[in-house]
Design a protein around this ligand. Structure first.
Ligand SMILES: NC(=O)c1ccc[n+]([C@@H]2O[C@H](COP(=O)([O-])OP(=O)(O)OC[C@H]3O[C@@H](n4cnc5c(N)ncnc54)[C@H](OP(=O)(O)O)[C@@H]3O)[C@@H](O)[C@H]2O)c1
Length: 361
């Protein structure tokens, strides 16, 4: 009898756990990071976790509700245009796509202007105004209008993840907001502007500023406006994002004193190298504010980042010093942080056909 029951239980089809629906992503930007993300998202798309439903660049929006093949879209862009994939693009720019393309989250991989253009028009703000969850590698809205971003999120409940905006693949924001919350953070210092690190390393070897900057551009590290890398605005913008994550401080870019890398300082940097020291553009963030300036450091100092690396040194009340170092820029490293954030958003979504849940993580 017992054996028969066991047999029929074994024969009965087992109910499979319901699969979560794929997270539908509207991707804005198809540059160095955008194309790397489109390629990196392939396995998660094949596994049904994510679905890229649109890709937008300055010429318009490629929209395919059933899913865009990310690698094919990246290849089309490299061959000249997203339109090579499926014909004419929709006339939607980043802000319009962020608000209007049907999706579950917007992935903002557009540039990070830190001055000039009117920040109210940033695509990320359009996404948040529409109440959409977002993942961003762009620093602009978070550093220029932190209070507005916080107010929009509070009004709509939209989730916003920005791991890629600071330190590339190094999961600094996740640690500040998670595992290190209890450590009593006193200061976060970072050499997290990849262009200036790359430029300084080449200048230390004797290169000129223009030549060194060209190499940083070639490696895919430089901002569209590379002046903001060298004058410290990019490092200061990241400091604003870190200030919010570590100390809940709504710091604006214009409140961060900064000194960047100037032509007149280069001879001094080369001289320091002869004494076994390295110069790096360092941002220091505490509960009282932030500042950015070049610092001359011992060669083996935790902040003496190598080209391509982000280096971070945390001073904590309970655990002392904690240093982090890893790939801080470039397409694939930055895309890995974007992908992690997308997968975090995808987690906890309702399963297909499941009863609606009252609490979604
Ligand atoms: N590169 C890195 O190592 C790195 C590291 C960390 C964070 N980030 C951040 O990641 C973002 C992307 O960087 P990236 O290096 O990929 O820049 P990028 O190569 O200059 O690419 C920017 C892309 O955004 C598109 N775009 C510009 N304005 C747009 C708009 N209004 N609407 C829609 N698309 C628009 C551009 O279109 P077109 O192709 O038509 O010009 C381009 O495809 C930036 O915010 C940067 O600060 C970059």
């Amino acid at each position: 009898m017992a054996a028969a029951a066991a047999e029929s239980a074994a024969a009965a089809p087992r109910a499979l756990p319901a699969r979560p629906l794929p997270l539908r992503l509207a991707v804005l930007g198809c540059g160095v990071v955008g194309r790397a993300f489109l390629r990196a998202a392939g396995p998660a798309a094949a596994a049904g976790e994510l679905r890229i439903v649109s890709v937008t660049d300055r010429s318009g929006t490629l929209h395919a509700p059933g899913g865009v093949d990310g690698a094919a879209a990246a290849a089309a862009k490299e061959a000249g245009s997203l339109a090579l994939l499926r014909g004419p693009l929709l006339a939607l720019d980043g802000a319009a796509a962020a608000a209007r393309i049907p999706c579950d989250a917007v992935v903002d991989l557009t540039p990070s202007p830190l001055g000039g253009a009117s920040p109210e028009d940033l695509p990320l703000l359009a996404a948040l105004r529409a109440g959409r969850d977002a993942v961003t590698a762009s620093k602009s809205a978070l550093a220029l209008l932190p209070a507005e971003v916080a107010a929009l999120r509070a009004r709509t409940g939209a989730r916003l993840l920005a791991s890629a905006a600071v330190a590339g693949a190094v999961p600094l924001l996740e640690l500040l907001e998670g595992a290190l919350r209890g450590s009593g953070i006193l200061e976060v210092a970072g050499a997290w502007n990849a262009t200036s690190t790359s430029v300084l390393a080449l200048v230390e070897e004797g290169a000129g500023l223009a030549e060194a900057l060209e190499e940083a551009r070639r490696r895919g590290y430089a901002e569209e406006d590379a002046a903001q890398d060298l004058d410290g605005r990019d490092a200061a913008a990241k400091a604003c994002i870190v200030a919010a994550a570590a100390f809940g401080l709504p710091l604006r870019l214009d409140a961060v004193p900064r000194r960047g890398i100037r032509e007149g300082d280069l001879a001094g940097f080369r001289e320091a190298t002869r004494r076994g020291r390295r110069t790096r553009l360092v941002a220091r963030v505490t509960a009282a504010g932030a500042r950015v300036a070049p610092e001359t450091l011992p060669e083996d100092h935790p902040l003496a980042a190598a080209p391509g690396e982000a280096a971070v040194l945390l001073r904590t009340a309970l655990a002392g010093g904690i240093s982090l170092r890893g790939p801080g820029a470039g397409g694939p490293a930055t895309a890995s942080a974007v992908l992690n954030d997308c997968l975090s958003l995808a987690r906890g979504r309702p399963a297909a056909g499941a009863a609606p849940s009252l609490s979604v993580a």
